[in-house]
Ligand binder design. Structure first.
Ligand code: 8IG
Length: 274
């Protein structure tokens, strides 16, 4: 099966086509901000503003059907109270789906091609710090990419200093001064970590373990976007927690925290967009 992003296609050209699809399907020519909603963050879309249009991701060039139940496969155009246009991406492609990194970062490149200058990336993840509890949102301050892959192709040297914008993190803390922050480690998945892998992540400076976001953040930076990252700690990482991890437990923690953290995210986006 061929896919629009398969080589020799130019992924940036495919992203421009996707952006054109979004403009014609939503009637919104340009978006100011994009946000990817990970597990636990789904309710934010309704709180950001008025939904102008909802588009199934499968109608947009290069997008794939979501692999997981609980991952909504839609793109939404939402207008904030200040009249800014937010592209809400509920259709993340994970690296572990095995379609390659071009497919993983296509939504980010499409957001950039749609005009977005800010990329807000959210996820559900495991927490390494004992002081963190399931249901707690944390800011991503930096990342460690443990996928051994990259969305950059060829000799594309991109600076990663302050990848997760200090300015935007400060804006988030104006909304919630209690927000803690930490370093996100992206593993390939889909298996959760072994306790030894979590000890390694901690030893090399990680605070959060997950299976998304880092590759997307790299692509966002390449596209010149300012990046803000949030993790919902849905579970303590393996070996930190006394009990084994279960996908059901992760979904349940997300459900419980969803209302509160979605409000937080919507308020932060309101400020960033104003
Ligand atoms: I939700 O504990 C969620 N996603 N790698 N480890 C990794 N990804 C996750 C985890 C976790 N919890």
């Amino acid at each position: 099966m061929t896919h629009p992003l398969d080589p020799p296609a130019d992924p940036f050209e495919v992203a421009r086509r996707a952006a054109d699809d979004i403009a014609s399907l939503t009637g919104v020519e340009r978006h100011d901000i994009a946000v990817t909603l990970g597990s636990g963050w789904g309710k934010a879309a309704d709180l950001i503003g008025e939904t102008v249009a909802t588009v199934p991701a499968t109608e947009v060039t290069g997008f794939s059907r979501p692999a997981l139940e609980g991952h909504v496969g839609t793109l939404r155009s939402v207008r904030t109270a200040q009249g800014r246009h937010v592209l809400v991406i509920g259709a993340r492609t994970h690296y572990y789906e095995g379609h390659g990194v071009r497919r993983v970062v296509h939504s980010v490149r499409t957001a950039a091609a749609s005009g977005a200058t800010t990329m807000v990336l959210t996820n559900g993840a495991g927490g390494i710090r004992e002081t963190w509890a399931p249901g707690q949102p944390v800011l991503i301050s930096d990342h460690i990419n443990l996928t051994a892959d990259t969305p950059l192709e060829g000799a594309t040297f991109i600076d990663m200093t302050d990848l997760y914008s200090a300015r935007l993190r400060a804006v988030a803390r104006e909304v919630d001064p209690t927000l803690d922050e930490g370093v996100y480690c992206q593993f390939r998945g889909p298996q959760y970590e072994t306790p030894a892998e979590v000890r390694m992540a901690r030893a090399i400076g990680g605070d959060i373990v997950g299976m998304s976001t880092a590759l997307e953040a790299i692509a966002a930076r390449q596209a010149g976007m300012e990046v803000l990252g949030f993790s919902l700690i849905t579970n303590l990482a393996a070996g930190i927690s006394p009990t084994p991890l279960s996908h059901e437990e992760v979904i349940e923690a997300g459900r419980e925290a969803e209302g509160r953290i979605s409000r937080l995210l919507a308020d932060v986006i309101g400020r960033v967009a104003s």
